[in-house]
Design a binder for this molecule. Structure first.
Ligand code: IMP
Length: 197
């Protein structure tokens, strides 16, 4: 649905279901730059436990579409640590709620291989259409200690490849320009005009 024109830029409304305000802020900032106004639907939806983010996201999309019956998006992300064989991965949410960043740092005490990656899947569905998934990956490492107050989740312990600061020490625009979510979203935004036809 086209809403209005601002100096020639048409804005379109898109709905995003998440209880995570950090995700909403990052995604709405990036989409605003492409003329999309993001409606925040702050409702939890069932996240089935599966081996991959992609496998989790499709049932979630079908659940939100049944309830909201409009073009709608969700985000499923995770932190995968090489030296822990990919843990917490698809369990990232539970692990964050239970042991958090401090628990991860404790598990990694003395480990020299600190390589890790964030993965993000942006899922989109519209009435009568197939689901679309855009994936983004950001490689980096786990810091020795927490640093920074910005961002959310594991941001204080994740240092992007080539950076010396954690994601919690950069602003939203800079995080979006390099992050898993920013990369997934760039692919999604490129596809979106075709998906909305
Ligand atoms: P989910 O996508 O909500 O299941 O997120 C899994 C876990 O990873 C949650 O604890 C999030 O806080 C965390 N997480 C997801 N994306 C990010 C991110 O961009 N930075 C830091 N933590 C994240």
């Amino acid at each position: 649905m086209t809403l209005r024109h601002q100096g020639g830029l048409s804005t379109q409304k898109m709905s995003f279901v998440t209880t995570n305000l950090g995700k909403f802020k990052e995604i709405s900032a990036q989409m605003a730059g492409h003329g999309y106004v993001l409606e925040h639907i702050r409702t939890p939806y069932p996240e089935i436990q599966a081996d991959s983010l992609e496998a989790t996201i499709v049932p979630g999309l079908q659940w939100v579409l049944e309830r909201y019956e409009r073009p709608i998006m969700i985000d499923d992300s995770g932190l995968f640590i090489d030296g822990l064989r990919g843990f917490p991965g698809v369990y990232s949410s539970y692990v964050f709620k239970t042991i958090g960043c401090d628990g991860i740092l404790n598990l990694m005490k003395g480990m020299t291989d600190r390589r890790a990656r964030f993965e993000c899947c942006i899922g989109f569905i519209a009435p009568g259409k197939d689901p679309f998934i855009a994936k983004g990956v950001a490689h980096g490492s786990i810091s020795q200690e927490k640093a920074g107050t910005g961002g959310f989740g594991y941001d204080p312990i994740f240092v992007h490849e080539g950076y010396s600061k954690t994601y919690a020490q950069v602003d939203i625009a800079e995080k979006n320009s390099i992050s898993h979510r920013g990369r997934a979203l760039a692919k999604f935004i490129e596809e979106l005009p075709k998906l909305l036809v």
